[in-house]
Design a protein around this ligand. Structure first.
Ligand code: NAD
Length: 259
């Protein structure tokens, strides 16, 4: 990744933060394209303190002007973009009977339109630079199998996987590869807050671990390793693919103690 310019959306927390940290450690110039100043400046400062190259650019991936502004700021600063990681995403799990159009718009605007907008403007910059590039979309295991009350999120992530294939075909002629990484349970602040709200968090976590073939959930670092591989030249003939990373959770047909 030496001197490659890597844009990570939603880099302020969780999986995006893990990806930004790994990319910086491995020599990339990392753009932290995230929504909130507090998170963005904090991570920029922490990475710079370790001697890495990092720059926070305030970005709302659901807003076209904000995305255009982010891309033009990055080009002014570095002259090119080599890798885009479309990681920013939100989750609203709600019954379809209670979910509102406003809920639908929030999820789709961030998780699906955000991938469209960032890819559109970054791909144009990659084409202009004539040196190809790699786009990695952070999708979810909900793109394959899902649960009740997740319609909006499952639709967005299923859309991300479908769009990944189409973008790979459209952009292959410019040497731009496009792949999706689909995490399952990942140990982020978001997961820890969700767990803390349960009546018996320890018991719930034990049950969750038990659903996984490997007996554990992923860390942001685990996801970052796969994203790194798909961003680097070692994956130079991989495009249009989606990769599940979930400790074997989704491999199982069903879960029952009775049979
Ligand atoms: N954590 C999991 O278990 C898990 C599992 C599967 C998939 N994912 C996916 O991984 C990605 C990251 O999830 P996470 O759990 O790390 O989330 P998180 O909530 O911990 O972090 C998301 C980051 O994105 C930023 N963000 C939110 N909206 C944004 C916007 N409109 N523009 C720019 N930045 C924005 C937030 O400020 C935050 O820094 C998401 O796409 C999510 O769907 C997460």
């Amino acid at each position: 990744m030496n001197n490659k310019v890597v844009v990570v959306t939603g880099a302020g927390n969780g999986i995006g933060k893990g990806i930004a940290e790994l990319m910086a450690e491995r020599g990339a110039k990392v753009i932290l394209a995230t929504k909130y100043d507090e998170e963005g400046y904090l991570l920029e400062k922490a990475l710079k303190a370790q001697g890495y190259w990092a720059c926070y650019v305030q970005t709302d991936v659901s807003n076209e002007e904000s995305v255009k502004n982010m891309v033009s700021q990055v080009l002014k600063l570095t002259g090119k973009i080599d890798v885009l990681v479309n990681n920013a995403g939100i989750t609203i799990f709600k019954s379809i009977l209670d979910a509102t159009v406003s809920d639908w718009n929030k999820v789709i605007d961030t998780d699906l339109k955000g991938v469209f907008l960032c890819s559109k403007y970054v791909a144009a910059a990659m084409i202009e630079n004539k040196d190809g590039g790699s786009i990695v979309n952070i999708s979810s295991n909900h793109a394959y199998r899902t649960l009740p009350d997740t319609e909006m999120y499952a639709a967005a992530k299923g859309g991300v996987n479908a769009m990944t294939r189409s973008m790979a075909i459209s952009l292959g002629q410019f040497g731009i590869r496009v792949n999706a990484v689909c995490p399952g349970f990942t140990d982020t602040n978001h997961y820890q807050h969700w767990l803390a709200e349960k009546e018996n968090p320890e018991q719930v976590e034990k049950e969750i671990f038990g659903l996984h073939a490997l007996g554990k959930i992923s860390t942001p670092g685990d996801i970052a390793e796969l994203v790194f591989f798909l961003s680097a030249d070692s994956s130079k003939n991989i495009t249009g693919s989606d990769f599940l990373i979930d400790g074997g959770l989704t491999a199982k047909l069903y879960h029952s103690e009775k049979f």
